[in-house]
Design a binder for this molecule. Structure first.
Ligand code: JAB
Length: 239
């Protein structure tokens, strides 16, 4: 997967050189390029913003640098993602959708946002999607890029050492995952559920399913409601 990120703070994306994302870049699973938007300015101050038409507080990102920057990467097969509080709520289902894309381009807005004509013009070239991490406002889109790219990259083939990890994790099949334990068997007076040390894989699987159902019912009843029709009689007996 090819990913282009345009930002006035490329250093904000340094964490994308670490851990499994850094490894994915090394193997070529992820071809990530971060570019400074100011490279597409032509004045001595490398200006990327200006006052908003219609007045009001703050500054708006000028369309010219964005237009020239996006001209260098957008093709009809690109998906332009613009982090924004007004965007589609990002979730695991969207992460799976994005993991199938061949080219993601992120436009990281700052200040009061990007001149709307940039998105309008780009929509004549490729698909454009505003995306939101949640109903709150950040200083800019860079943090959202870190989150989205981590969630998407771990879904790419070969990135996770054991792809089975994706099968039972939270939100994989609509439920939260069961609680996990490791050695020692006794820690500060707390033991480990005996079933997990029984070696009976069928019973362990059932216990984990039950715990996932109960945990979801307790902490995210909204998720349980969404996947209720997929539950079988044994699941319902647990609830
Ligand atoms: N909620 C999101 S993703 C955002 C981007 C910029 N400000 O808030």
């Amino acid at each position: 997967m090819r990913v282009d990120v345009f930002t006035i703070f490329p250093d904000y994306l340094a964490p994308l050189e670490l851990s499994l994302i850094g490894k994915a870049r090394g193997t070529g699973a992820l071809d990530l390029r971060a570019t400074d938007l100011r490279d597409f300015t032509h004045d001595v101050h490398r200006t990327v913003d200006d006052t908003p038409y219609g007045g009001g507080p703050g500054m708006v990102m000028r369309p010219e640098p964005w237009g020239q920057a996006l001209d260098t990467v957008l093709t009809p097969s690109s998906l332009l993602l613009v982090p924004s509080p007004a965007g589609r709520r990002f979730d695991q289902a969207m992460a799976h959708e994005l993991a199938l894309e061949e080219h993601l381009v992120f436009a990281c807005g700052r200040y009061e946002g990007i001149d709307q004509r940039v998105l309008s013009h780009a929509s004549g070239v490729c698909r454009v999607q505003e995306v939101s991490l949640g109903d709150y406002v950040l200083f800019g889109g860079e943090v959202a890029v870190l989150v989205v790219l981590e969630a998407v990259t771990r879904l790419l083939p070969g990135v996770l050492g054991n792809a089975d990890s994706l099968l039972e994790e939270s939100h994989a099949a609509g439920l939260l995952e069961a609680p996990m334990y490791t050695k020692p068997a006794e820690w500060r007076g707390h033991g480990v559920p005996e079933i997990l040390r029984s070696g009976d894989h069928a019973k362990i699987a059932r216990w984990r399913r039950d715990q996932a159902l109960l945990r979801t019912a307790q902490q995210r009843p909204d998720l349980l409601k969404q996947c209720y029709d997929t539950l079988d009689k044994r699941d319902l007996a647990t609830l």
